[in-house]
Design a protein around this ligand. Structure first.
Ligand SMILES: [Zn+2]
Length: 356
């Protein structure tokens, strides 16, 4: 160890596990706060390099200590903090030690898997193989979104990976949902009943593959504003992107998706059949769905993606805790700006009412 590093270690509070965990956690928080203020083009892997070595060494100090209740809690706190910066190596140092010292504490942290665009976490008995399978499906879903819509930025704080929190739950009534409340990243909360093998539909008929595609729709865009929440819009939008992606990917015969069979029940084609003669409009969930499908067919999903990327670059939309909220009036403006063909432009202004 270099003398300089020993010097900085000596300045850390002596042998107080809680203080060391705080040093580690606050350093991570600071890096994230600075990034959120000015994200630029920085990616999460670059952020990890900004963490001061001395702060990171607080974890090594903890790992060198003897077991005590304070130490176990401090390691749990460090494991949690490590995930806020995608430091899976540190997370695994903490879980590895806890697995030997106190499996109950290790269970609080669970397991983690870092993928290029997401950090997956498994709790409550999710198996590493499940995370691997889920991660491969998620990457395929991201490529599907790239190919169809081309959204440029996924996480609400640019550059940060999205998080997926998978946890085994006995209660089957809890569906996956987009959890917008975290300060520095977008997260999908994903309760499952069986953490051994990822297949969809499950033995009990749960369509997790469609569910994942749907939740990513929420994550990319929420709708409405402070005074007028558009709940119909939220779910029709996420259903729409979900159907499109399931249908698109199911044509491709990807090995990662061999256990995903949702397209038999969930697709744009099926949804059109269900909608029948429903008229495009903004007043009901079916109206919004019919509107989105009409746009899909007249201007295409790439134009929707381009319009939303443009709105993001202009950065005029409402953000609540960094989460992007769009309105159909803005989408109309965005589409008019990106769509070149006269007929397609006319379709946009004909379909989306002005002023909403
Ligand atoms: Zn939803």
């Amino acid at each position: 160890m270099a003398v300089g590093l020993l010097g900085t270690l000596a300045r850390l509070p002596a042998q107080d596990p809680a203080a060391l965990a705080k040093t580690y956690g606050l350093a991570i928080q600071k890096v994230n706060e600075e990034h959120a203020r000015r994200p630029g083009k920085t990616k999460e892997e670059d952020l990890a390099k900004k963490l001061p070595k001395a702060s990171r060494a607080a974890l090594d100090r903890l790992l060198a200590m003897k077991d005590s209740p304070q130490l176990l809690d401090a390691l749990v706190a460090c494991g949690e903090a490590a995930l806020d910066l995608d430091l899976v190596e540190d997370f695994e140092k903490a879980t590895g030690r806890l697995a030997k010292s106190s499996p109950t504490h290790a269970e609080k942290l669970g397991i983690a898997l870092s993928k290029p665009r997401a950090l997956l976490r498994g709790l409550g008995g999710v198996q590493p193989s499940y995370l691997e399978e889920f991660g491969a499906v998620l990457e395929a879903v991201f490529s599907g979104y790239d190919e169809v819509f081309g959204f440029e930025e996924w996480s609400k704080v640019p550059g940060k990976k999205i998080r997926v929190r998978l946890h085994v739950e006995k209660d089957e009534s809890k569906p996956p949902h987009f959890a917008p409340q975290f300060a520095f990243h977008s997260e999908i909360d994903f309760p499952i009943q069986d953490g051994s093998s990822f297949r969809s539909p499950t033995a009990k008929g749960k369509m997790y593959f469609f569910g994942l595609c749907h939740e990513l729709g929420h994550l990319i865009a929420m709708w409405g504003n402070n005074t007028k929440p558009h709940d119909d819009d939220h779910h029709a939008w996420a259903d729409y992107t979900g159907y499109v992606i399931v249908e698109h990917l199911s044509k491709k015969d990807l090995p990662a998706l061999k256990n995903m069979a949702d397209v038999r029940w969930r697709s744009l084609a099926k949804e059109k059949e269900r909608l029948g003669e429903a008229k495009p409009g903004l007043e009901s969930r079916d109206g919004v769905m019919a509107l989105l499908i009409a746009l899909h067919e007249s201007v295409g999903p790439k134009a929707l993606g381009d319009a939303m990327n443009l709105l993001d670059r202009q950065n005029k939309r409402l953000r609540i805790k960094h989460v992007r909220y769009y309105t159909f009036r803005e989408l109309r403006e965005g589409l008019v700006a990106v769509v070149k063909e006269k007929k397609a432009k006319e379709a946009v202004v004909g379909l989306i009412p002005a002023g909403k």
